[in-house]
Write a protein that binds this ligand. Structure first.
Ligand SMILES: *[C@@H]1O[C@H](CO)[C@@H](O)[C@H](O)[C@H]1NC(C)=O
Ligand SMILES: *[C@@H]1O[C@H](CO)[C@@H](O)[C@H](O)[C@H]1NC(C)=O
Ligand SMILES: *[C@@H]1O[C@H](CO)[C@@H](O)[C@H](O)[C@H]1NC(C)=O
Ligand SMILES: *[C@@H]1O[C@H](CO)[C@@H](O)[C@H](O)[C@H]1NC(C)=O
Ligand SMILES: *[C@@H]1O[C@H](CO)[C@@H](O)[C@H](O)[C@H]1NC(C)=O
Ligand SMILES: *[C@@H]1O[C@H](CO)[C@@H](O)[C@H](O)[C@H]1NC(C)=O
Length: 640
């Protein structure tokens, strides 16, 4: 056994030394690559040849980095069908342009073939491009390429995904183990069952999602997006292809994306051609990336650093609270209030989201977010919507139907998801985050303050009205005690000196006329306002109470047909009413009607009818030339 291994080691070494001089740059029907010989890319970055992985003695045809040590294989041709003997293999190209891997030991049996069968072949040539792509060309026509049959590495320019022209679905698949490049358990592919998304699966089960394309990158990996100086990511989804690829923006850079043995994606990047150990990104990033960690029926999300990691979306509650409380979140969450469909559901925004599984999603790239919302609202089974593309301010529409599965909340990055909830669910029931919370608080406080002000106003008005009604009642009951200048009445108390000064000490020159109640004087206040002063001192039989009743009634009426009462003056025997002075107008009101018709108010209540009545009285007075001394108004209702 020992001797065999030793022998193998030395022969390998011998072949390695020999292969230095055994490099070729093309394969043609007359030029083949035998074990020990290699095909080198034009710029010298990649090499194609036979190798034995890890501790295996099996021989495989593969492509690896030319200058990187230890040997880093990026593509394997015969991963399922190894050659079992050293130096037994040869790679030929047929006249039909098919690459064939032949085994010497078994009468040139075909171990692996590119299966190409092109008619009209002129001169087939196989070549290893500087990108690491092994191509077969017929003239300028590309007949076959290794990039269409990926192994576990995605190289720059290599497309993952589906192509309708070739019918191929390009998938990365992990090695079985470090010694065996055979198909392992893990695959990395574009899931096309709904809106395309990148998924890593173990067998048929999803392990984690990088998610759907958001215009800049994939929703599950906000760290790595277009717009940086190093990478350009490209996603195409149309009738002819659904694909993802990355490109490097600087020539000096090298990078690859590996689906490793344990199912993780590792992105390597390096500057020096011979160094490959720089891992700049790996997925899954954390436990929250584990597919569907927070429940089968979902409507839940995962966030690191909070306990428990799984929470229900706003407006949703655990399907099984008992399980949930004992940290078994496998059943997920359900709507707290059943969704009401078209009769008034609404949407709650969830920020910094890794968007949910899109395997049953629908898209429209032309719709605005508002149209998207309406579209979602119209369909009862639509549970959420989001912008399809977040570059350039956001565009397009992405809709979800049914459960929302596998949502993660990022600390930063991510995008807005609008989740349908019942109208009745309150903001208070859950924890809105960040800016939303602030807005909610400000809005609530604002509403509260407004409410208090409105309530205050209503109470104030009501109180005022009640008070006024109370006063009217008091007037009727004649037990009213009132102070001139009460602010409720908006009346000013004038002192005798002021009135006296304004009317030039009640001079006869200022006298406008005289009624049964007493004389009326014109006056000017210091402020310059013209006033008319009714001096009631001679109005017989009128006590303070009666006078005040008049004041209140006139003030309350402030009737458009009456002159505005500004205030009053009570000092000693003097009782005066101070009116706005209206030149050429309403003088008769002062003199004959407006005042002395009141002292006699008993059950009388004022209304518009009072005017009509007063007008009648005035007409009679004018006709008869006699003054009326008082009357009773007999109306029963008061309509201010
Ligand atoms: C493979 O190519 C070599 C060299 O061109 C040739 O000698 C050999 O016959 C070829 N084998 C087959 C099976 O075509
Ligand atoms: C070529 O065809 C064989 C038999 O149909 C198949 O097993 C093999 O996987 C194919 N090879 C490629 C590279 O598609
Ligand atoms: C799909 O997109 C690719 C890449 O942008 C483009 O070359 C191709 O013409 C498109 N096909 C259709 C049917 O739009
Ligand atoms: C796969 O990648 C992950 C993440 O970088 C790493 O932790 C793990 O050790 C790798 N597995 C192997 C077998 O290299
Ligand atoms: C979690 O709860 C589900 C449903 O009740 C149950 O089937 C499952 O066994 C539980 N898992 C654990 C780990 O307890
Ligand atoms: C709602 O959307 C689903 C999924 O696209 C569709 O099957 C269903 O017909 C739609 N229902 C209505 C009423 O439009």
């Amino acid at each position: 056994m020992e001797i065999f291994t030793m022998l193998f080691f030395f022969t390998s070494l011998l072949f390695s030394i020999l292969s230095i001089s055994n490099t070729k740059d093309i394969i043609t029907p007359s030029v083949s690559i035998r074990d020990g010989e290699t095909l080198v890319s034009s710029g010298g970055s990649f090499k194609l040849g036979f190798f034995s992985p890890g501790n295996s003695i099996n021989r495989y045809l593969g492509i690896w980095y030319n200058e990187i040590s230890p040997q880093t294989v990026v593509w394997v041709a015969n991963r399922e069908n190894p050659l079992t003997h050293l130096s037994a293999g040869a790679l030929n190209i047929t006249d039909q342009g098919a690459l064939v891997l032949l085994s010497d030991t078994n009468r040139n049996s075909i171990v692996w073939s590119s299966n190409t069968s092109i008619k009209f072949i002129r001169k087939p040539v196989a070549q290893l491009l500087e990108s690491g792509n092994l191509v077969v060309k017929d003239g300028n026509e590309l007949v076959w390429q290794s990039f269409d049959y990926p192994t576990d590495n995605l190289l720059p320019g290599m497309k993952l995904g589906w192509n309708s022209k070739t019918g191929l679905n390009k998938v990365l698949s992990s090695w079985k183990d470090a010694d065996d490049p055979a198909l392992g358990e893990f695959s990395f592919s574009i899931d096309r069952s709904g809106y395309p998304q990148l998924v890593v699966k173990k067998g048929r089960r999803a392990q984690y999602r990088l998610g759907s394309w958001d215009g800049l990158g994939f929703t599950g990996s906000p760290e790595l997006r277009s717009g940086n100086e190093l990478f350009k990511f490209d996603f195409v989804s149309n009738e002819s292809e659904v694909s993802y690829k990355f490109e490097l923006l600087k020539d000096a850079l090298h990078s690859r994306l590996l689906l490793n043995l344990s199912g993780s994606l590792q992105r390597f990047m390096w500057v020096d051609k011979s160094q490959s150990r720089n891992i700049i990104y790996s997925a899954p990033v954390d436990r929250c990336d584990t597919y569907n960690l927070c429940g089968a029926y979902a409507f839940s999300f995962c966030k690191l650093g909070i306990d428990p990691q799984c929470s229900c979306l706003q407006g949703f509650v655990p399907k099984s609270p008992r399980d949930w409380n004992s940290k078994n979140t496998s059943l997920g969450c359900v709507p707290k209030t059943p969704l009401g469909c078209s009769n008034g559901d609404r949407f709650q925004s969830f920020t910094r989201a890794k968007l949910p599984d899109t395997s049953s999603s629908w898209i429209d790239s032309t719709m605005s977010l508002e149209e998207c919302k309406k579209m979602c609202l119209r369909n009862c089974s639509c549970t959420a919507y989001a912008n399809l593309d977040i570059s350039e301010g956001g565009s397009g529409c992405l809709l979800w139907f049914g459960e929302l599965i596998d949502i993660k909340e990022f600390d930063s990055g991510g995008q807005d998801l609008f989740v349908r909830t019942a109208l009745l669910d309150d903001i208070k029931t859950s924890k809105p985050s960040g800016v939303k919370k602030k807005v909610a608080i400000i809005a609530s406080v604002g509403l509260l303050v407004m409410g208090v002000i409105i309530l205050g106003l209503v109470f104030y008005k009501r109180k005022k009205k009640l008070k006024a009604q109370g006063k009217m009642k008091n007037i009727r009951e004649k037990n009213f005690d009132f102070e001139c200048g009460n602010e409720d009445m908006e009346l000013i108390t004038f002192d005798l000196a002021t009135v006296s000064r304004a009317t030039d000490n009640f001079s006869n020159n200022n006298k406008l006329g005289e009624g049964g109640f007493g004389p009326v004087y014109k006056g000017i206040l210091i402020e310059g306002q013209d006033i008319a002063v009714k001096r009631l001192s001679k109005c017989s039989g009128q006590g303070i109470k009666e006078f005040m009743n008049e004041v209140i009634l006139i003030a309350k009426l402030q009737h458009r047909n009456l002159v505005k009462l500004l205030g009053c003056c009570i000092e000693g025997d003097e009782k005066m009413l101070i009116y706005e002075y209206m030149p050429n107008k309403s003088l008769d009101y002062f003199i004959f009607v407006a005042t002395c018709l009141l002292s006699t108010v008993v059950d009388g209540l004022f209304s518009i009818k009072s005017d009509v009545y007063s007008f009648g009285v005035m007409v009679l007075e004018i006709v008869s030339g006699k003054k009326n001394r008082g009357f009773i108004i007999q109306t029963t209702s008061l309509t201010f």
